[in-house]
Design a protein around this ligand. Structure first.
Ligand SMILES: N[C@@H](CCC(=O)N[C@@H](CS)C(=O)NCC(=O)O)C(=O)O
Length: 338
């Protein structure tokens, strides 16, 4: 009787598991020898290809970090450029293993399209105008044409902002970024609206960046982060903890410059756990014990990735601001490895 009950339970559990686990992404990625990462078509500092077709940027580095954790090879990534309109369809169709493309975590997207593994950039939406327009506040944009990407949170937030500010909203929609930039440059819109980080990036690609100004208003919360398909907890954890590895490394003072030495001689328990010298973090993720050391060695910690791609010393020139570590008064905070 006892054993029959047990068998029934085991069969039930097997059935439930069979239904819920849709794809073993870690396994299929491993077999393929590369992961497929959906990135922006072109956004300076975040995702951009050089003349050889090699991608780099802040969002691209999330993909490279996961490739380092899984393959010990930051190059084992196939970059798949996706637009704001096709990013979620691409993720759901299985064409992408990760979507890492200035994508805002919202309830509806989480419920419908996939799991956000964390936040790699806390952003907010703003407006950019030509300096010589004389406009110095978004409240001066009543009934002015506003360039905005379709299928974005930008489109929705702008509508909210104009409604609550009692201003008339005149959106000019575009589905292609270069078209929008051209439209804005040629004066078809008085302002361009999207995430402020993207405005900073787009500004650098205009002929005379100094002739444009980002207005002071921040009209929304845009927590940007990588997304994976739903129903694959194992893969979700690999991507989530790769991001957490980079954040924890910065907090613990582990960088690409000292990771080897830290791995061999640090006696700090949290550093030893992060770098696979103690505990079973790698095993729990289905990865090599050195998974996080490899990420830091090949890609760097969160701060290094930030400074290299979008920090104050780059053309994008974004101060850390709220994207400082929590220990420095910012919002960047990763749960512990233990
Ligand atoms: N974070 C926002 C906006 C992201 C977004 O797609 N921004 C624009 C401006 S940078 C863009 O990439 N447009 C190009 C395109 O539509 O492919 C979202 O997740 O909806």
């Amino acid at each position: 009787m006892q054993s029959r009950k047990f068998l029934a339970l085991a069969a039930l559990l097997a059935g439930v598991t069979g239904n819920n686990v849709s794809a073993a992404t870690l396994e299929s990625v491993s077999q393929r020898g590369a992961l497929r990462c959906g990135v922006n078509l072109e956004l300076a500092g975040f995702a951009r290809a050089n003349s050889l077709g090699e991608y780099s940027g802040f969002d691209v580095d999330v993909c490279r970090a996961v490739a380092s954790a899984v393959f010990n090879d930051s190059e084992a990534v196939e970059m798949v450029p996706v637009s704001s309109g096709d990013r979620f369809t691409a993720l759901q169709s299985g064409a992408l293993d990760i979507l890492s493309r200035n994508t805002t975590w919202t309830l509806a997207r989480n419920a419908q399209f996939g799991e956000f593994v964390g936040v790699n950039f806390y952003d907010g939406q703003g407006f950019m105008v030509k300096k010589n327009s004389g406009i110095r506040s978004a409240l001066e944009l009543d009934n002015q044409p506003i360039c905005v990407s379709s299928d974005t949170t930008s489109e929705l937030n702008a509508a909210d902002f104009f409604a609550v500010s009692d201003l008339r909203y005149r959106p000019v929609f575009y589905s292609d970024q270069s078209e929008a930039a051209t439209g804005y440059r040629e004066g078809r819109c008085k302002a361009l609206t999207t995430d402020r980080s993207a405005l900073a990036a787009l500004r650098t690609s205009l002929d005379e960046p100094d002739a444009h100004v980002v207005l002071p208003e921040v009209i929304s919360k845009e927590p940007l982060g990588p997304v994976v398909a739903a129903n694959d907890t194992e893969w979700e954890n690999v991507v989530r903890w790769t991001l957490n590895c980079m954040i924890n490394a910065e907090e613990l003072g582990v960088s690409s410059l000292n990771v080897n030495q830290m791995a061999s001689s640090s006696t700090t328990p949290s550093i030893r756990r992060l770098l696979g010298k103690e505990g079973d973090a790698g095993e729990l993720l289905g990865l090599h014990p050195d998974w996080c050391s490899r990420v830091i060695m090949q890609v760097g910690n969160y701060g290094e990735v930030y400074e290299r791609n979008i920090g104050p010393d780059t053309p994008i020139g974004l101060a850390r601001g709220i994207n400082e570590l929590w220990t420095n008064g910012g919002l960047i905070y990763a749960p512990p490895v233990r």
